[in-house]
Design a protein around this ligand. Sequence first.
Ligand SMILES: Nc1ncnc2c1ncn2[C@@H]1O[C@H](COP(=O)(O)OP(=O)(O)OP(=O)(O)O)[C@@H](O)[C@H]1O
Ligand SMILES: [Mg+2]
Length: 398
Amino acid sequence: MNDAAIEALRRAVAAAPDDVDLRVHLGELLARSGRTAESLAEAAVALQLAPENLAAQALMRVALDRSAAPAEPTLPHPGFDWASAEAQLDGTVPPMFVTQGAPDGPVFEREASTITFADVGGMDRVKERLDAAFLAPLRNPELRALYGKKLRGGLLMYGPPGCGKTYLARAIAGELGAAFINVGLADVLDPMLGVSESNVHEIFQQARRDGPTVLFLDEVDALGQRRSKMVGNAMRGVVNQLLIELDGVASDNDGLFVLAATNQPWDVDPAFRRPGRFDRTVLVLPPDLTARRAILASELTGRPVESIDLDRLAAATDGYSGADLAHICEAASESALLDSVRTGRVRMIGMGDLEAAIREVRPSIGEWLDIARNVVLFGNDDGSYSELRDFLKRRKRI
Ligand SMILES: Nc1ncnc2c1ncn2[C@@H]1O[C@H](COP(=O)(O)OP(=O)(O)OP(=O)(O)O)[C@@H](O)[C@H]1O
Ligand SMILES: [Mg+2]
């Protein structure tokens, strides 16, 4: 009964997101139903909209109390619990319907596209490159048809960890109006002979099944690195399987767009990088000023913040990755929340919390820059890292 009321209120709040009273009411219902985390989130947004609102402050206090208290035991569900019965039976009875492909092969989540380039702050150079190298040809209907049939290969994004490769891949899916499937290649590899290949095949089958899809192959460096751990020439088999799927000779690749990413392009199997394969590369660098501002804004939205100078924070975080910035916001919220719990007085997250967090959190990409520097200086450079070389020069690393 409460759940139905909550859902109805959620819809009302979605329709009138600035209505503080409505939101507080939703938060109270959530708190009463034991959904503390959700209630805390509503309280946070309400306080952000109206820091002085007494009901919102009270709700925050209740939610904080609850979240500090040990979890309440949940009442047993009345009636028969189908979910747990199914879980108990799982594996003991054969599946009712036969599905295509390996019955216990990997299943990958299809995400609907929710962001586009408009949600990617700054990073104009990367967006331009991605547009020229990937999106522009697809906007041309003839080239797009050709892409499915003859235009082989995909685009490889590389760069330091936490700087937006996955985020950009999602945005590309949004630009194409395609679904998004995220696959960590390291998870696909299996020491059992032939299993990695069938996993790869299964992923592509799933991606082809319904409508336009961006298939994002993450950690493609695993293909190079794990070679020593694989039996015999097994990795060759995986690379070959990938190329067969990309070719789409035996299958219809219409509406399938393949992107790959790695933090260590120098470890990627060279067979993968040959012309016609993943031969186009785009370097994704740490977020610029505009990007940092956008990341901070999005990380702080929905948290109870007060008098935040985003420009100052963005200026103070040069060299931090997107993931570092998320971490900074998390740390700042935590210290404000702990303070509130300790003193019993609700306190908003302020500049002081964020600046203290910036001092505490060190940029995480230093190690990556050191490796990149060695590769550029001492690796046999065939020109594929010229963009990286320019960046390191600008940063006075070489
Ligand atoms: N330009 C941007 N605008 C808005 N948010 C961004 C931007 N760049 C990165 N982010 C945010 O930064 C975080 C890290 O980005 P992401 O996970 O895409 O990095 P990654 O390069 O894929 O990292 P990894 O190498 O660890 O897989 C994400 O939460 C993303 O939302
Ligand atoms: Mg990623």
